[in-house]
Design a binder for this molecule. Structure first.
Ligand code: RIB
Length: 312
């Protein structure tokens, strides 16, 4: 069984489906609001657990009802929450999400306890994971020092590390020497390229060239999630390949598709898969995940992913 430590944010998501996304200063009204588990770290942890991995999640919630519910949801999915801090005096993170009929979304996050995640605790969690985890997945909706603690501890212990740079923190440049596998989307790739190019813009540059430039800097693969266009993989030697996205009958909600990719991809790496094979599993899982409202609702099982990968 693949063994994975996930470090990142956990939120409660409040989701409103509307006819269209609001513009600046505009109010849009949908018929209902639904509550879902969220946060890029916790979502990826659930995706990996559903795919069949043994997953421990490291993050922080407030000592409030929302935090207790968030942890209960993770435990129901089989995720080990022993590395989660329950913090007094701070609210559990919350995301306000609007979804349009094409599955596109707008998200605003109140970080709450995620912003108080302690870097020392994160470093210690990665140290403890060294004896069992095949991979550490880190997403960046948490303090920069907590991200750095996870990445540097994983590198020091020789554990494979995947960083989902969502959002791209300026300090990511300092982590590149630890050779994390980076998994940006296209706009995050632009931000990563801006970091290594000292902010010099290259608007005409193709995504593949930017990804190769970043991979040359880290010395590890860069996987660019392109939504319906699939996943672009660049390696430090300059080779690139694009894997097509899986077939989707109807896109209902793309929230959490990237988290699904990351969780399933990192779990497959932890299991010894090659980067390309792991990306095929992550991509298939992400395509399946967009068929239902809520970041985690449509996340597939390992059997669903096997079936989709075989049929691709
Ligand atoms: O990637 C989707 C997630 O981003 C949501 O679940 C929301 O909580 C935000 O963190």
């Amino acid at each position: 069984m693949p063994k994975l430590l996930v470090v990142g944010a956990v939120n409660v998501d409040l989701v409103v489906e509307t006819d269209r996304l609001p513009g600046p200063g505009e109010t849009v009204v949908g018929p209902t609001v639904t509550r879902h588990g969220g946060g890029k770290g916790a979502n990826a942890a659930v995706a990996a657990a559903r795919a069949g991995a043994e997953v421990r999640y490291c993050g922080a919630v407030g000592s409030d009802d929302m935090g207790a519910a968030a942890l209960a949801e993770l435990q129901d999915e089989g995720v080990d929450v022993t590395e989660v801090g329950v913090l007094d005096g701070v609210a559990t993170g919350m995301a306000l999400i609007v979804v349009d009929p094409f599955g596109e979304n707008q998200i605003a996050v109140g970080a709450g306890a995620n912003a108080a995640l302690d870097a020392t605790a994160v470093g210690a969690a990665v140290e403890r994971a060294a004896s069992w985890a095949g991979c550490v997945l880190v997403s960046t909706e948490i303090p920069a020092d907590a991200v750095a603690a996870a990445v540097t501890a994983a590198a020091a212990r020789g554990i494979r590390c995947v960083v989902n740079p969502a959002p791209v923190l300026p300090s990511t440049i300092d982590l590149m020497s630890s050779a994390p596998v980076l998994t940006p989307n296209e706009s995050e790739l632009r931000d990563l390229y801006g970091l290594i190019a000292d902010g010099r813009d290259a608007p005409e540059m193709a995504a593949a060239d930017r990804a190769v430039a970043v991979a040359s800097r880290t010395g590890a693969s860069v996987l660019v999630t392109l939504g319906a266009e699939g996943v672009l993989i660049a390696d430090p030697a300059g080779d690139t390949v694009t894997l097509p996205a899986g077939h989707v009958d109807q896109v209902v909600d793309t929230t959490g598709a990237g988290d699904t990719f990351n969780g399933v991809f990192a779990a497959a790496l932890a299991d010894g898969s090659s980067v390309v094979d792991a990306a095929k599993r992550g991509g298939a899982a992400a395509s399946l995940s967009v068929a239902a409202v809520g970041a985690r609702t449509g996340m597939p099982t390992g059997a669903d992913i096997d079936h989709a990968v075989r049929g691709a």
